[in-house]
Design a protein around this ligand. Sequence first.
Ligand SMILES: NC(=O)c1ccc[n+]([C@@H]2O[C@H](COP(=O)([O-])OP(=O)(O)OC[C@H]3O[C@@H](n4cnc5c(N)ncnc54)[C@H](O)[C@@H]3O)[C@@H](O)[C@H]2O)c1
Length: 335
Amino acid sequence: MSKLLVCGGAGFIGSTFARQRVREHGDEVTVLDKLTYAGREENLRDLAEDPRLRFLRGAIEDREAVDAAIAAAAPEAIVNFAAETHVDRSIAEPDAFVTTHALGTYVLLEAAREHGLRYVQVSTDEVYGSIEQGTFTEESPLRPSSPYSATKCAADLLVQSYFHTYGLPAVIVRGSNNYGPYQYPEKLIPLMILNALHGDRLPVYGDGMQVRNWIHSTDFARAIGHVLQHGAAGEVYNAGGPDEEANIFVVRRIIELTGASQELIEHVADRPGHDRRYSLSSEKVRALGWSPQVRFEEGLEQTVAWYRDNGWWWQPIRSGDYRSYYERQYGRALG
Ligand SMILES: NC(=O)c1ccc[n+]([C@@H]2O[C@H](COP(=O)([O-])OP(=O)(O)OC[C@H]3O[C@@H](n4cnc5c(N)ncnc54)[C@H](O)[C@@H]3O)[C@@H](O)[C@H]2O)c1
């Protein structure tokens, strides 16, 4: 059992991690989250009465908020999920990406250094850029393509500098594309599931042949917990999912699982600088004893069922600001 400060713990993967740590490890978890459009206390609703979970609203770039969270949590480690996570939004409005990823990570690292805390940075395969063939290892060069991935690189480099310069016991975990319950519907899989359930068009970027290495959020959250406990300070660990799939095949499978019509597919102009393929080698974290448990076919079916059964979670999103975001992004209103 340990005490953790989980930054960004009201988001999709952070809330999954908080749930696992409280329920499966008996940890005391303090969540510090700014509650941007993507952060929602509803993501932690099932833990609201649990005394092992504390929620604090605040931004990681705000040193006072971070100090107050550390004072309340008395943590042994900081696990940082806090991020702006949508590539399309980073192309339209990069400011918040720079603030949260560069400045926010710096503030957390300073706090970790001052208080002598272990530090885990949650990162992404997108820092390596696109790979047509083969797979990225932790030694692959960083070649980010978007303001999202470039600022995630900035955060990773800061973390590594704090290990090398100050000896901060920090580790980085880079995940591949996640899917699962509680993912904000701007992302491919929940977007397509909810549009399919509503009979809305399914906007597929370009030819839809962009390949992603899908990992279920419970598997990625477990990889992060595993590295927190067993990872060596100063190291980077990739955690990729067991399956790769092109976007268009994911969309077709969602159509089958929801019983929607193939006619709903609409190819739209591709995202500028869209990476073609991501692929991660996870040998290093597997050697520590982690391996993904959920195959994509089974995980996707469960995810479709979760969205179908949990309208309480997505109805407020689909009737709120998300509608205007969607209209701006795709030039078409949701039905
Ligand atoms: N979703 C993926 O496919 C994926 C894959 C690999 C890595 N990651 C990484 O995992 C982490 C979590 O991603 P997610 O998909 O759960 O994202 P998300 O957008 O669902 O959640 C991000 C959370 O961070 C919070 N946040 C944002 N800015 C903040 C700030 N300045 N201070 C405090 N809180 C702030 C938001 O309110 C939200 O709760 C991110 O660091 C992301 O880069 C995501």
